[in-house]
Design a protein around this ligand. Structure first.
Ligand code: ADP
Ligand code: MG
Length: 410
């Protein structure tokens, strides 16, 4: 049996060095700057963002870094350590489906910022990306990539990048993913990548975009939040996520409401719907209540007590929303049996990652048991990450910029 694999966070300057090395070898010379944005994990509030619900994600200590240089033509040239696939093309030609592949997440940001009037034509960008967010594991490497680049574009174009200035960058990143990459995402990933605060989760109201930082100090509770990446990659673009979203939108139309948040009587609304819309709506309505419950407990510092809501969230996603998978169920079941206070799938589902809230002295047991369960079921060996609530997208600091400038002067 393979040993449990922990993916430890890497110092952001080490991550940056990898992006810069790729930048230099591809483009020659130094980047104008280096920007980082975090991956995220959602503590609770799954499949409710597109229903105008509440979500409670936290930024992870794993980041995507973009080394970026402005060009004075209309060309985007994008490379990444993650793939040999590069893209070079005219930004004026960017449209839904073009570019295809990963460059859509980058090109789409410029396309969206131009469309919203925040950016004018006439500037292009050279971009080299490197990520320590596992790609395609439900930890939002896509938003980390969009947001690192969006912040770079904003800084280089001298747009405001305070919290208010970040709102249009969040919108542009969402639009890039929805329209150009063709992935049906809500706004949670981009919001937390841009607005997170260390030691806090971000309570996000997806109806109006309002946010509140909720204190989240696992250490004080003698606990850890462990991410279990099942290594069964999810595929958000393949239609099943879009199907759930469409069912919820149709349910709202049938109920004559704009969003499920507007439901006055949850039981009556569910009773008025037929299957499977009824059970899908029951998940969404119950999950929004569970987010309120968890945020309220965290406000009162009762971290251990949120475990029960995590468990109920998983059962609802598995049974009513039907977005779990054999890998996720095995990980969650093994985690709870090993002494986790609570565990649930997180992210879009159909594979990807789960989280477990576990007393610190049970972490090793949990990891060993989750690996053993996967092994005996013939499933891929999971890997484990640390979900320490971290900060938002940022430009790397002066010491780093000085190094960059010094090198470019050689
Ligand atoms: P997740 O966001 O959960 O990791 P998604 O399917 O939403 O999963 O996004 C993964 C996709 O994002 C990849 O297939 C790739 O196209 C793109 N991507 C993310 N990070 C990078 C990166 N560092 N380099 C190149 N492409 C990336
Ligand atoms: Mg994503």
């Amino acid at each position: 049996m393979s040993a449990a694999r922990w993916v430890d966070p890497v110092d952001v300057h080490t991550v940056a060095a990898a992006a810069e090395a790729l930048f230099r070898s591809t483009f020659g010379g130094a980047a104008d700057g280096v920007w980082a944005a975090p991956g995220r994990v959602n503590l609770i509030g799954e499949h409710v963002d597109y229903a105008g619900g509440l979500v409670l994600p936290l930024a992870l200590p794993y980041v995507t870094v973009a080394a970026v240089r402005m060009r004075d033509d209309d060309i985007l040239h994008a490379v990444s350590t993650h793939t040999d696939e590069t893209w070079q093309g005219l930004l004026a030609d960017v449209a839904p489906g073009h570019p295809a592949g990963w460059a859509a997440y980058v090109a789409g940001v410029v396309w969206a910022l131009r469309r919203s009037g925040h950016l004018t034509a006439g500037t292009g960008f050279d971009v080299a990306a490197h990520s320590t967010v596992p790609v395609g594991s439900g930890l939002s490497s896509s938003a980390a990539l969009e947001c690192a680049f969006a912040l770079a574009v904003a800084d280089l174009a001298e747009l405001p990048t305070d919290d208010a200035g970040r709102r249009p960058l969040i919108d542009a990143s969402i639009l890039a993913e929805n329209e150009i990459a063709g992935a049906s995402t809500g706004g949670m990933d981009q919001s937390v990548a841009m607005l997170a605060r260390p030691g806090h989760a971000l309570l996000l109201d997806c109806r109006d975009g309002a946010t509140r930082h909720v204190p989240l100090d696992f250490g004080s509770a003698g606990a850890r939040l462990v991410v279990i990446d099942t290594n069964a990659p999810h595929r958000l673009v393949d239609g099943r996520y879009g199907n759930r979203r469409a069912v919820i939108e149709k349910a709202c139309a049938d109920l004559g409401i704009a969003g499920l948040r507007d439901v006055a009587d949850a039981d009556a609304a569910v009773a008025a719907l037929s299957s499977p819309a009824a059970q899908r709506a029951r998940h969404v309505l119950g999950e929004i209540d569970r987010v309120r419950e968890v945020a309220d407990l965290l406000d009162r510092g009762r971290i251990a007590d949120i475990g029960d809501a995590l468990n109920r969230s998983h059962a609802s996603l598995r049974d009513d929303y039907e977005v779990s998978s054999v890998e996720l169920d095995a990980a969650v079941d093994a985690a709870v049996e090993a002494g986790a206070w609570g565990a649930r799938m997180t992210g879009g589902g159909f594979g990807g990652s789960a989280i477990a809230l576990v007393p610190t002295d049970r972490v090793d047991t949990l990891v060993a048991d989750v690996v053993r369960r996967a092994h005996s079921a013939g499933l891929p060996v999971p890997q484990f990450l640390h979900a320490e609530p971290s900060g938002s997208a940022h430009r790397l600091g002066n010491s780093h910029d000085t190094t960059t400038r010094a090198k470019s002067g050689n």
